[in-house]
Ligand binder design. Structure first.
Ligand code: UD1
Ligand code: CA
Length: 453
């Protein structure tokens, strides 16, 4: 593909989100909307990518990096935003692609089709991605000629009733021929309902100059804008469907796909089976042949081949499970490595720990990693066996093949091959249970007698 520059419009405040955060930083599948747009255009390898932001939007600039940013203040309309970006592009004369920060689900294929349509001979000065949303409401309407070419885009509030009845709407994603873009954008005026410079006016201006404008049509679900929390939820649902389909196509079994939630960056190997109601937060990498059982919540974790997780497991950031490790129900791990073949099957917390291979951690075991001030590390070496309900008070090391007795509170290091018992010694008093029972029965009888009196 020859030269392409991308401009992403993101200077609006997104008032309808009712948020302290700029709109384009709201996340879909745990990734900011703006990043989804940048991801979609990246495979087309734009020579430059410019994001137009408002003032006081350092956080947006940080999310956009390494894309460059252009500050538009005050925001005088989409035409004005593109004009500033074109100034920053200097004498660039290739394709100028305009994307919208809140049209986050646009696919690479659609953008590529748009660029191809603009370039198709006879070349168009402007090409626009159109869509037919269920409710065309506020969208710009696309006026097409008898030959299917694009004649104008009329903003809803400036449209006549007849124009408003047009169902083909402007997605906001537009490709401009860089050789004409400056002249067209410079000619845009703001004599309209909003007193803004509308980029969409570039179409009618181009037509007046005898240039060609064309449209392609893309599914509404990928081209509608996200302006409110309700639309954000719709976009989330759309992207989750896409992610589920993508993982299944790559060889992952989802028993009940609609109940599994992925992050945009979730990586899962082949032949992994995911049971219902599993949530993947950001930063998760799952190997091949893994079983993730129902109701598990996984964030920032790396899971080795053949491991079993859940049901009801919680893996927090910094968890690393080796191949064939097992983490069972009501087990929580944080910043903890569990070596190959090691098992923590029931009701356990392992935090700030390095656990070797083939270790068995009994039910109810807790690494006491926090003393109220600082976090400390627990090390459990290969082959060790930790009995049920042990409390391992960190910093502490359990040596290789050592055994910790059930119910122990371990406060000192245990050498390799040692048996450690850290619990009160058991006492038996022969016959004492019978004595206690008889005394109890007698007391009950006396009480009953008193209450009758
Ligand atoms: C715009 C289009 C409309 C289209 C719709 C699709 C115009 C005039 N209208 O309308 O035809 O159907 O998008 O979603 O282009 N922005 C800036 N600077 C500005 C103004 C806007 O960067 O001065 C950015 C906003 O942050 C937003 C995008 O441009 O990401 C679109 O602006 P918005 O005000 O949402 O335009 P719409 O009224 O939705
Ligand atoms: Ca919008």
């Amino acid at each position: 593909m020859s030269a392409l520059a991308a401009i992403v419009l993101a200077a609006g405040d997104g008032t309808r989100m009712k948020s302290a955060r700029p709109k384009v930083l709201h996340e879909i599948a745990h990734r900011p909307m703006l990043c989804h747009v940048l991801d979609a255009v990246a495979p087309l390898q734009p020579r430059r990518t410019l994001v137009v932001i408002g003032k006081d939007m350092a956080a947006v600039a940080a999310a956009a990096a390494p894309a460059e940013t252009v500050v538009q203040s005050p925001p005088l309309g989409t035409g004005h935003a593109v004009k500033l970006a074109l100034e920053a592009l200097g004498d660039f004369a290739g394709d100028v692609l305009v994307l919208v920060g809140d049209v986050a689900l646009i696919r690479t294929e659609t953008i590529a089709a748009l660029v191809a349509e603009r370039r198709r001979a006879p070349e168009a000065a402007v090409a626009v991605v159109g869509m037919r949303p269920a409710d065309p409401g506020p969208y710009g309407r696309m006026v097409t000629g008898a030959d299917g070419s694009l004649e104008a885009i009329i903003e809803a509030r400036d449209a006549t009733p007849a124009q408003r009845a047009i169902t083909l709407c402007n997605s906001g994603v537009i490709a401009l021929d860089g050789r004409h873009a400056r002249a067209l954008v410079d000619a845009i005026e703001n004599n309209n309902a909003k007193r803004e410079y509308y980029l969409t006016d570039a179409v009618a201006i181009a037509r007046k100059r005898g240039l060609i404008c064309r449209a392609i049509e893309a599914p509404a679900e990928e081209t509608v804008g996200v302006n409110s929390r309700a639309e954000l939820a719709v976009a989330e649902a759309t992207l989750q469907q896409r992610l589920r389909a993508r993982h299944m196509a790559a060889g992952v079994t989802l028993i009940d796909p609609t109940t599994v939630y992925f992050s945009a960056d979730t990586v899962i190997g082949r032949d992994t089976v995911i049971e219902p109601s599993v949530v993947f937060g950001p930063g998760v990498r799952v190997g091949e042949g893994v079983e993730i059982r129902a109701m598990s919540h996984i964030v920032g974790a790396v899971i080795g081949d053949g491991a079993i997780v859940g049901p009801f497991a919680r893996l927090r950031p910094g968890t690393e499970l080796g191949p064939r490790a097992h983490v069972g129900n009501f087990v929580e791990l944080k910043a903890a490595r569990l070596g190959e073949g090691s098992k923590a099957n029931h009701l356990t917390y392992i935090g700030d720990a390095v656990v070797g291979r083939e270790v068995n951690i009994g039910a109810g075991t807790i690494t006491c990693n926090y003393d109220g001030f600082l976090k400390h590390e627990t090390r459990i070496e290969d082959g060790a066996f930790i009995g049920s309900n042990a409390a391992l008070v960190a910093p502490v090391t359990i040596g290789a093949n050592a055994i910790v007795g059930a119910g122990s509170v371990i406060t000192r290091d245990v050498p390799a091959d040692a048996l450690a018992l850290g619990r009160g010694e058991q006492v038996e008093k022969p016959g004492a249970a019978r004595v206690l029972r008889e005394r109890g029965a007698e007391a009950k009888r006396a009480k009953a007698k008193r209450s009758k009196v």
